[in-house]
Design a protein around this ligand. Structure first.
Ligand SMILES: *[C@@H]1O[C@H](CO)[C@@H](O)[C@H](O)[C@H]1NC(C)=O
Ligand SMILES: *[C@@H]1O[C@H](CO)[C@@H](O)[C@H](O)[C@H]1NC(C)=O
Ligand SMILES: *[C@@H]1O[C@H](CO)[C@@H](O)[C@H](O)[C@H]1NC(C)=O
Ligand SMILES: *[C@@H]1O[C@H](CO)[C@@H](O)[C@H](O)[C@H]1NC(C)=O
Ligand SMILES: *[C@@H]1O[C@H](CO)[C@@H](O)[C@H](O)[C@H]1NC(C)=O
Length: 328
């Protein structure tokens, strides 16, 4: 009897593993709050609609925030925790420069706390907000898997796990692989650069100091030369304040504009240009620079679901924070 039960159990485990990949196995589901806080997703969308209408430039940073959260310690809202006496949190590490909108998350959280106290995690809010800012920028909708719980720890130096904008293709692929993401996820998620801005400091080396010689001829030869000249008129050497649109002309619309830019060697980051150095990522860019949006949109949702599954805390692990910037 016992061994038969064990066999059935093993078989069903193997089966559900095959069926669901890792998402369901980790305890996330679509509509996790449908009984405990039925209006949760509507509350988030309603709040985000108002916010993005007033401040459309927050869409890029808020999409990025979910990415920063998931790549460091899993999608556990560690990115939202404040530093404390004796601990410098992720928030205060260098890669935080591209993040804004912590106040937005607090505002959404307080609406949710009013409706259903102690139910919706900050980690899930980040995942829902990321989806909603894409939708509100005319991009795709995808079903967000929810049920994440919030972690207790945030350590500044762990942001080293985020691929820097200076990364080459080898580094990008291995840093994504370290999080269980594929080469396709890399090129698809990079398409998120279709919205938002970049500070000159993230790519100034390509304009003025590519090999450390720091003279006007020390440029990144892979950057298209007219675009380089244009970027130099905007970004001065050592410029720490100015920024540029990553997808000029449509930086508030989620579309395939990023691939059009990169295909012309006009991606601002070295890590954008690097995507032309691998056959798979290059083929994807060239195809989607010209293709209708539908396939990229579908891929983007799929890759966001995979990213949203990195290292999640579920069940009784972690907690549901009352305030996103501090543990309970
Ligand atoms: C976290 O830090 C921010 C910025 O310093 C501050 O405004 C906020 O009140 C802090 N959160 C809490 C719960 O103290
Ligand atoms: C980013 O980190 C720096 C310290 O490295 C800190 O001074 C700054 O306030 C942080 N910025 C944000 C937006 O949290
Ligand atoms: C990162 O920070 C943690 C805790 O603050 C510390 O124990 C660890 O040594 C640091 N690691 C590195 C590589 O700096
Ligand atoms: C890519 O970057 C890493 C880290 O900076 C470096 O160690 C490696 O040699 C580089 N690879 C290539 C092919 O340039
Ligand atoms: C140029 O790059 C080198 C090495 O990457 C760095 O040490 C130096 O400070 C940079 N110089 C300027 C003027 O940015």
């Amino acid at each position: 009897m016992a061994s038969r039960a064990l066999l059935v159990l093993l078989a069903s485990l193997a089966f559900s593993f095959l069926l669901s990949g890792s998402v369901e196995a980790q305890g996330l589901s679509v509509g996790f709050y449908s009984k405990t806080c039925p209006s949760a997703e509507a509350i988030v969308f309603d709040e985000m609609s108002k916010i993005i209408k007033l401040a459309p430039s927050l869409a890029g940073p808020l999409l990025r925030m979910h990415f920063h959260d998931c790549f460091v310690r899993g999608c556990d809202a560690s990115v939202l925790l404040n530093s404390t006496k004796g601990n410098v949190a992720e928030k205060d590490a260098r890669p935080n420069l591209s993040l804004r909108g912590y106040g937005v998350i607090d505002r959404v959280k307080s609406k949710l706390e009013k409706a259903c106290p102690g139910v919706v995690s900050c980690a899930d809010i980040l995942a829902l907000v990321a989806r909603d800012v894409v939708v509100l920028s005319k991009g795709p909708f995808w079903p967000v898997w929810t049920g994440r719980r919030d972690g207790f720890v945030s350590i500044a130096n762990e942001t080293k796990q985020l691929p820097p904008p200076t990364s080459n293709i080898t580094t990008l692929i291995s840093m994504f692989a370290a999080k269980g993401l594929s080469v396709k996820d890399l090129v698809v998620l990079s398409g998120g650069h279709t919205i938002g801005i970049s500070h000159c400091s993230s790519f100034n080396d390509r304009l003025y100091n590519f090999t450390g010689k720091a003279n006007l001829a020390d440029i990144d030869p892979t950057l298209e030369k007219h675009y380089l000249a244009k970027l130099r008129t905007i970004c001065k050497p050592n410029d720490a304040v100015t920024f540029v649109e990553m997808d000029p002309g449509s930086f508030r619309t989620f579309d395939t504009g990023y691939y059009k830019q990169v295909s012309k060697r006009r991606g601002v980051f070295h890590s954008d240009e690097a995507l032309l150095e691998h056959p798979l990522t290059k083929a994807y860019i060239l195809k989607h620079a010209a293709a209708p949006e539908s396939e990229f949109f579908k891929d983007f949702g799929d890759s966001m679901i995979s990213m949203g599954n990195i290292g999640v805390l579920t069940g009784s692990a972690g907690e549901i924070r009352k305030k996103c910037s501090v543990i309970n």
